[in-house]
Design a protein around this ligand. Structure first.
Ligand code: PNS
Length: 178
């Protein structure tokens, strides 16, 4: 709680396409610091998602059900607008490598301009998750590799089944005229 007795709220935004063990680690650590954490499935205009927003929300709800102060939502607009309307005072993001930094730094500065009342806070990823990303997971699953070390056990089969099906569909449609 802050000095006025209000809960300290953080928003943890991302594409989460799909959520990985790296994301879950950041969410758990944020939940230990803040009274309430809203995991926000947002739109990254530079990415074409594989899973719908509803599927992504559902998977994150499944893997965070043991965290009572975590809520999961989706929002199609500006992160800064959501942060304002939710009363959050922090945006929490995970940082893996130096390569993440420039992009994250730019977004943090833009969000500070749009929503001065919130701070962006970076949590440094665990070393074992340094290489982990949703894209790596999708690529391994696409080629029928084992994703058990990369995504929560409860959603592993769901992700694998979906991506393997995609692979089958792509191969089945090869050479078919549209
Ligand atoms: O997991 P990602 O793809 O790195 O997350 C990026 C995301 C979705 C958090 C970012 O693209 C975002 O905030 N999208 C919402 C729209 C917005 O506010 N864009 C301006 C950010 S400065």
């Amino acid at each position: 709680m802050n000095e006025l007795g209000k809960p300290r709220i953080a928003v943890c935004p991302g594409s989460f396409d799909p959520v990985t063990l790296g994301h879950v680690d950041i969410i758990q650590r944020a939940a230990a610091i803040f009274d309430k954490v809203i995991v926000l499935v947002s739109i990254n205009p530079t990415k074409e998602p594989m899973f719908s927003s509803e599927e992504r929300v559902d998977m994150i709800r499944t893997v965070t059900k043991n965290l009572p102060n975590v809520e999961v939502e989706t929002y199609g607009g500006l992160l800064a607008d959501f942060v304002k309307k939710s009363g959050a005072t922090a945006i929490v993001k995970g940082l893996r490598a130096v390569s993440d930094f420039e992009y994250e730094f730019q977004m943090a500065l833009a969000n500070k301009k749009l929503c001065p009342e919130a701070e962006t806070i970076f949590l440094v990823t665990r070393s074992e998750n340094m290489y982990l990303s949703s894209s790596v997971v999708k690529q391994i699953a696409y080629f029928n590799g084992d994703i058990s070390d990369f995504v929560p056990a409860e959603i592993k089969d769901r992700i694998a089944a979906r991506i393997t099906k995609l692979n089958v569909d792509v191969n089945t449609n090869e050479g078919v005229e549209n």
